[in-house]
Design a protein around this ligand. Sequence first.
Ligand SMILES: [Fe+2]
Ligand SMILES: [Fe+2]
Length: 252
Amino acid sequence: MSGTSEGCVRVAAVGDVHLDQDVVGRYRPALEHLGEKADLLLLAGDLTRHGTPEEAACVAREFGGLPVPVVAILGNHDYHSDQQNAVSGVLQEAGLTVLECTSTVLTCNGVRVGIAGTKGFGGGFAGACASEFGEPEMKAFTRHGRELAARFGTALAALDCDVRIALTHYSPVPETLLGEPLEIYPFLGSYHLAQAIDATPGTALAVHGHAHAGSERGTTPGGVPVRNVAHPVIKQAYNVYQLSVSELLTPA
Ligand SMILES: [Fe+2]
Ligand SMILES: [Fe+2]
């Protein structure tokens, strides 16, 4: 099946590559031929091991100068050294687009592909989630996830494009966490992200990482396909998802 036809977009995606000096070169051989297989590449966060600018330089070497546009978000590991702005800066200098509650539009095969992204945060899922009650720390934990999801949802809704893609690090649904211990689900994702995605009808794909022991496939309550592209889950340099715009634009 050719993916280069008019109206089709091939989306490559991977997350949790956790680069440091000893990992540089692991992904590059597969990436050199990316232009033959995909129209863009999404990086779903946890690009570094400890969030240092030095590790970000490794990411820049591995994912810079590719034949397709690269759109990234940061993950919790990329915040670990409190240098997330510097990490983001190194990636942007290498030509990557880095989103955080923001969006970008790329034109691929005549299709305007809109991507909204956020790291997101935990909080859990229906029936087993944190609430804004009690100690200030608990309220702050819960509020952070809700507020990030709301800002991300606003960015997604504001996109003027033919196809919308949601890019997060934390998971919007529990299905793609299958394989992880149930006890840590509230630290792996939040239903607020799914609500933000479902609030804008017509999102074609939601991509996330973070859950290394999770499962690849899920769906939001509103029917949006969700894919966990954490490298330990997909076990290759990237997965490619083909979106057909003619199918997506069928009237409601
Ligand atoms: Fe990770
Ligand atoms: Fe993570």
